[in-house]
Design a protein around this ligand. Structure first.
Ligand SMILES: Nc1ncnc2c1ncn2[C@@H]1O[C@H](COP(=O)(O)OP(=O)(O)OP(=O)(O)O)[C@@H](O)[C@H]1O
Ligand SMILES: [Mg+2]
Length: 481
């Protein structure tokens, strides 16, 4: 579909849609109100003409009733417009019961033959509304037919045909309609122009926002949308965008810092490798000397490999697609396994061990990752605890979570470093740890493993007394009691 195609441009602009809707709505309103007014005008004219014709009929009916023999009065009524020198608009015909014309306005039969008139209503029935007819010459008439009684009973019946020339009215309406169309055409143009202006004014903040957005690059992530003066809807949108930019800026800064740290960390082993090789090639050496150089090169390579492995692990852990393989673990047993892995080092360092675990400590965890996290903590504890010190591994349930704690009686971490030790490449004792081959990624890896399990980490420490790191793993299912 067109909309799904990545190269498809926007369809109708918002301004065009608003303009079209506004213009269509206003034009419809103008059209409806003009149509209504026109209809009212036509109805009024019809009613006035009908009243005029009905008046005439009533006058004639009265005349025929009261003065049945006064032909002169009847003739005067028929010819009153001509006598008053008025334009002759009104026509009248009197017919007998059999349909023979007794009297009519001059020239009426040429214009309006009796067949153009409808049947008259029976005596006692109300007069109907007039009927519009068109005379052979093109002139338009409103006609009415009625019955009249000549004198008191036994009366003779007459039929009255009255007609009113409406040609002038019709021309007036034709002119009115023509002007109405002109007004409507102007109205649609004006509505479209006004709608366009309104839409443009309303969307000006959107244009300003898109201009700001188009300026933002990875190098100018500090830029933000101006919030004051924005309409309420856009205020929320721009606020959300600004928050998104805050997050992006922080992530970018972290990435930049991370890249710089990686370069820095890689530089030392690579420089060492190059230095060793240069010294070895400086002059001819004995086989033992070559062996030494190769040995230290191998050490540097191992250090590099460890660093790259840690970086890869962190990169994978950050991928939202990364899945962990949870399976039920007997946490006590797993802690004993980790202890066994580091037993030799502990003995060498003269450090005591204790593993204190709730015997029902079962949880669904990724075994390899759990080992790696606890192993890193144990390695840290061993590295910072001198001979005679002790390390304690503990596991317990805390509500709906498993809490694993690694505590030592070592050197401790100064309070100013406590929050930062979880950052990548951060080493509280950077000067000493450089040469020991530690990279400062151990706790970052621990944190990402716990995060992959949906948990949290915490470190408490006192300089000279020891450190305690606690990992909290929420349980996906309740432990068996
Ligand atoms: N148990 C501890 N006692 C005292 N300081 C600690 C302890 N654990 C961590 N730290 C401090 O926190 C810093 C960060 O630890 P982290 O494990 O991330 O890096 P590292 O041990 O220096 O290097 P890596 O683990 O990558 O070999 C350490 O350099 C150390 O200064
Ligand atoms: Mg470490």
């Amino acid at each position: 579909m067109r909309r799904d195609h990545p190269s498809a441009g926007p369809t109708w602009s918002l301004a065009a849609r608003l303009t079209a809707c506004y213009a269509a709505t206003s034009f419809l309103l103008v059209l409806l109100s003009s149509g209504f007014l026109y209809r009212v005008l036509v109805n009024n004219l019809d009613r006035e003409d009908d009243e005029f014709l009905a008046d005439k009929v009533r006058i004639l009916q009265a005349l025929l009733w009261e003065k049945p023999d006064d032909a002169q009065a009847l003739r005067q009524e028929v010819e009153w417009e001509r006598r008053a020198s008025l334009p002759e608009r009104y026509k009248l015909r009197v017919l007998d019961d059999g349909g023979t014309t007794i009297l009519e306005s001059p020239g009426m039969s040429d214009l309006l033959g009796p067949n153009l008139f409808p049947e008259p209503p029976a005596f006692g029935h109300a007069l109907g509304p007039g009927v519009d007819v068109r005379a052979p010459g093109g002139r338009s008439f409103r006609v009415l037919t009625a019955r009249a009684a000549v004198g008191p009973p036994p009366a003779v019946a007459r039929v009255l045909h009255v007609a009113l020339d409406r040609t002038a009215e019709e021309e007036l309406l034709t002119r009115y309609r023509a002007r109405l169309w002109i007004v409507l055409t102007l109205a649609i143009a004006l509505c479209a122009a006004a709608g366009h202006q309104i839409a443009r004014r309303g969307l000006r903040p959107v244009a300003a926002m898109s201009e700001t957005a188009s300026r933002i690059r990875s190098t100018s992530l500090r830029e933000r949308f101006e919030l004051p003066g924005l309409p309420a809807e856009l205020f929320l949108l721009a606020g959300a965008f600004n928050e998104m930019l805050d997050r992006l800026e922080t992530s970018f800064q972290r990435l930049t810092q991370f890249s710089a740290d990686i370069a820095h960390e890689l530089r030392t082993p690579v420089n060492n490798l190059r230095g060793e090789a240069e010294v070895a090639l400086d002059k001819t050496r004995t086989p033992d000397e070559y062996r030494d150089v190769l040995g230290s090169c191998l050490e540097e390579c191992e250090r590099l490999a460890r660093l790259i492995d840690s970086l890869l692990f962190l990169a994978r852990a950050e991928d939202p697609q990364t899945q962990i393989e949870r399976r039920p673990l007997d946490v006590t047993r797993e802690l004993e396994t980790v202890r066994a892995m580091y037993e030799a080092t502990a003995v060498e360092a003269g450090v005591q061990w204790t593993v204190v675990a709730d015997c029902a400590a079962h949880a669904e965890l990724d075994r390899a990752l759990f080992h790696r996290a606890v192993g890193n903590l144990v390695a840290n504890a061993l590295a910072h605890t001198g001979p005679g010190g002790s390390i304690r591994l503990a596991a317990s349930f805390d509500g709906a979570a498993l809490r694993v704690e690694v505590s030592d009686t070592g050197s401790g971490v100064p309070p100013e470093h406590l929050r930062k030790v979880w950052d990548r490449f951060y080493r509280a004792d950077a000067a000493r740890s450089g040469e020991s081959g530690r990279t400062g990624l151990g706790l970052a890896i621990v944190k990402s493993i716990v995060t992959l399990h949906g948990g949290s980490v915490e470190m408490t420490s006192e300089v000279g007394r020891g450190t305690s790191v606690s990992l909290r793993f929420p349980l996906s299912r309740a432990p068996d009691d």
